[in-house]
Design a binder for this molecule. Structure first.
Ligand code: ATP
Length: 232
């Protein structure tokens, strides 16, 4: 399997605050990875380092992909532009706009402004903005935050199928174990100040949101995260 990204010994401080303390990670084509960890441990910082939006203080990054998509934690939509115009800001190829709207389930909503969309539809538009460039690697920073459970489950299922069909590798950052277990095949647990990966879990397949074996895995992951709270 082709490696698309390799991180070796990544360290990052913000001034005197040590945030990342030696992160190693290798991602492959069509990979499905989740990173979980307590709030403030450095998950977003790691995504920003991967996306080259932050420079690490030391460490090595090898990038073997051409295009990257990023779904940011905060909304990056322009409220006075409609759906189409929000996409045109990223890519003005009409065929790609149509195809992407179909893919994310927003065909027919081209003329809606973000304020006229539901939370789930707004997030579909955020996915569309990241997917329209047809990335080989997609970074997802808490993409289901503030969505109600039924909307979240529908979105997770749709996104999981879509990313698999498009052969896109992705890294999902989340606090939510169920999101991680539903979307990832490898889950890394980050903890400490500065943060490292302290544990990782390999799953044979992504799991259904209501899989009965969820509880045990959720407990295992949480036990590592609770240690983290005590550690800080
Ligand atoms: N630009 C910045 N300048 C200074 N400190 C920062 C900056 N960005 C983040 N930090 C600090 O770095 C630490 C890690 O932040 P980061 O946002 O990466 O954590 P996180 O795990 O993604 O948190 P959350 O899950 O709450 O989003 C925090 O203590 C935060 O205050």
């Amino acid at each position: 399997m082709k490696c698309i990204l390799e991180l070796k010994g990544i360290f990052k401080n913000y001034g005197k605050l040590p945030v990342l303390g030696g992160i190693d990670l290798k991602l492959f084509e069509s990979d499905a990875v989740a990173i979980v960890g307590p709030s403030g441990c450095g998950k977003t910082t790691l995504l920003r380092v991967i996306a080259n939006l932050e420079k690490p203080d030391s460490g090595l990054i090898n990038r073997f992909y051409n295009r990257l998509g990023f779904v940011f934690q905060e909304d990056r939509l322009i409220p006075w532009y409609n759906v189409r115009k929000n996409l045109e800001l990223v890519c003005d190829d009409e065929r790609k706009i149509q195809r992407t709207l179909q893919r994310v389930g927003l065909a027919g909503f081209e003329h809606y402004k973000p304020g006229q969309l539901s939370g789930g539809m707004k997030q579909r538009l955020n996915f569309a903005r990241a997917l329209i460039v047809e990335p080989e690697l997609l970074l997802l920073d808490e993409p289901f935050r503030s969505l109600d459970t039924p909307t979240k489950i529908r979105l997770i299922n749709d996104l999981s199928v879509l990313l698999e069909n498009m052969n896109i590798g992705y890294v999902l950052v989340t606090h939510d174990m169920r999101e991680a277990l539903s979307l990832a095949k490898r889950i890394y647990i980050m903890r400490g100040r500065p943060a490292k990966f302290v544990h990782h879990i390999e799953l044979r397949n992504k799991m259904d949101f209501f899989d009965p074996s969820f509880l045990q895995l959720e407990k295992t992951i949480l036990s590592h995260m609770e240690d983290a709270e005590a550690f800080q």
